[in-house]
Design a binder for this molecule. Structure first.
Ligand SMILES: Nc1ncnc2c1ncn2[C@@H]1O[C@H](COP(=O)(O)OP(=O)(O)O)[C@@H](O)[C@H]1O
Ligand SMILES: [Mg+2]
Length: 396
């Protein structure tokens, strides 16, 4: 079928033609931002899940939903290498500038901008990567202690007060939260705790890999009480069928039930795979309807495309030792696996592999569902490791 009209959209953060199976979560977030705007007790929401389950696109959609309700939003992604204050400051500035256009909120928003100036200037020593424009001079004593925990709290309080005056809320959408350092997470948690106590309309909607939950708990033991951690998993079979059938049908193309059943099996409901298989099945078909045979014919190129993109980008960032560790995990199946068993496969002591395991966790490749257990953060990565490192050479 015409590849030009192919609706499917595999790619990190690429919006799908149909965001299937996530209505309930969107509704949860809508309720949370509406409640926080009214000053009612609300937990912030941190969505956790493996790579490719659709956290980023869901976060973007939730942000659009919130904007549509008149909520003041900001959206950032925590990269591995930058500090939280550095990524938040420019976005907070934009939010405060927008709030300052509201007549009622103008004075408080300008106070927020003064807080931001104090915040950035006093933290610049510690976080050299902070780059933000100054619209007003700092106000002595306002968010300028030089201590992140204190200053972020003062800054979010000032921003929350401005949002409250404008009869809106400030909703912060933060992706890849697992990369934020624990002391910076602790400061964020404290600041949100404070705004909640003062009934200020500030809420965090975050997303991250499954290790985020543990990191939050270690950063502040009371984090569990302040946040909900909904798990974002694979799509149900019905949602998987919808994710493929609807975009096709919208273009006048049918997909047979048998084809859809096959797609459910091949993709296991993982959204990235759903898009990849949808795309390749479409390309493999000559005409409507897309049949089971088309899906089967598209499978090899779907797998090849995943190997070249989704899996490959992660693999290429690994050292030889890290690759061997993951290959040893894959040898034992999808997991999770006991660290001792992985070490045994490699003929090494568990303790000597500790640093490799820690680096893999920091890179977001693996995580620990329970003490001493290790699991992949990328679905079906074990099968990829077998394809990319066949044979037994890795054992040496
Ligand atoms: N609910 C969904 N229905 C269909 N496709 C989806 C859904 N969520 C995500 N996708 C697709 O899955 C892929 C990965 O999404 P992304 O948000 O980057 O995942 P993550 O951030 O969890 O790694 C994208 O191609 C996206 O279009
Ligand atoms: Mg993402």
């Amino acid at each position: 079928m015409d590849p030009v009209r192919n609706p499917f959209a595999p790619g990190a953060g690429t919006p799908p033609p149909e965001l299937a199976g996530r209505d309930e979560l969107r509704e949860t977030v809508r309720v949370a931002v509406e409640r926080v705007r009214l000053g009612l007790p609300t937990k912030s929401i941190l969505m956790v899940g493996l790579r490719g389950v659709g956290k980023t696109v869901l976060l973007d959609r939730m942000r659009d939903d919130a904007e549509g309700l008149g909520i003041q939003t900001l959206r950032v992604e925590a990269p591995e290498s930058r500090s939280l204050p550095a990524i938040l400051a420019p976005q907070l500035r934009q939010s405060l500038l927008r709030l300052s256009r509201n007549q009622q909120a103008k004075d408080l928003a300008q106070r927020g901008l003064r807080a931001l100036a104090g915040f950035a200037k006093s933290l610049k020593m510690k976080y050299a990567d902070i780059e933000v424009g100054f619209d007003f001079d700092p106000e002595p004593g306002l968010a300028d202690n030089g201590d992140l925990e204190h200053d972020l709290q003062a800054l979010l309080e000032a921003a929350g007060a401005a949002a409250q005056k404008a009869e809106t809320a400030l909703a912060m959408f933060v992706d890849e939260l697992q990369y934020v350092k624990e002391d910076e997470l602790a400061a964020l948690i404290t600041a949100l705790h404070r705004t909640a106590q003062r009934k200020l309309p500030v809420v965090l909607v975050g997303a991250g890999l499954p290790q985020l939950r543990g990191r939050m708990g270690r950063a502040k033991s009371y984090a569990e009480r302040l946040f909900d951690f909904p798990e974002i998993g694979p799509l149900s079979p019905d949602a998987t069928r919808l994710a493929i059938a609807k975009p096709a049908r919208d273009l006048g193309v049918d997909v047979t039930d048998e084809a859809l059943d096959r797609l459910v099996v091949e993709t296991r409901g993982y959204p990235y795979f759903v898009q990849e298989w949808g795309k390749h099945s479409w390309d493999a078909a000559d005409a409507s309807p897309i049949t089971r045979v088309d899906v089967e014919n598209g499978s090899a190129s779907a797998v090849a495309a995943l190997d070249e993109s989704f899996f490959r980008v992660r693999f290429d960032r690994l050292t030889p030792g890290e690759k061997r560790y993951l290959r040893a995990m894959a040898e034992r199946g999808p997991g999770p696996h006991r660290s001792g068993d992985i070490a045994e496969s490699l003929g090494r002591e568990v303790t000597s592999l500790g640093p490799t395991r820690n680096k893999l966790i920091a890179k977001g490749m693996i995580w620990s569902p329970h003490h001493g257990d290790t699991a992949f953060t990328v679905p079906l990565f074990d099968e990829f490791m077998h394809r990319v490192m066949p044979g037994a050479d890795w054992k040496i």
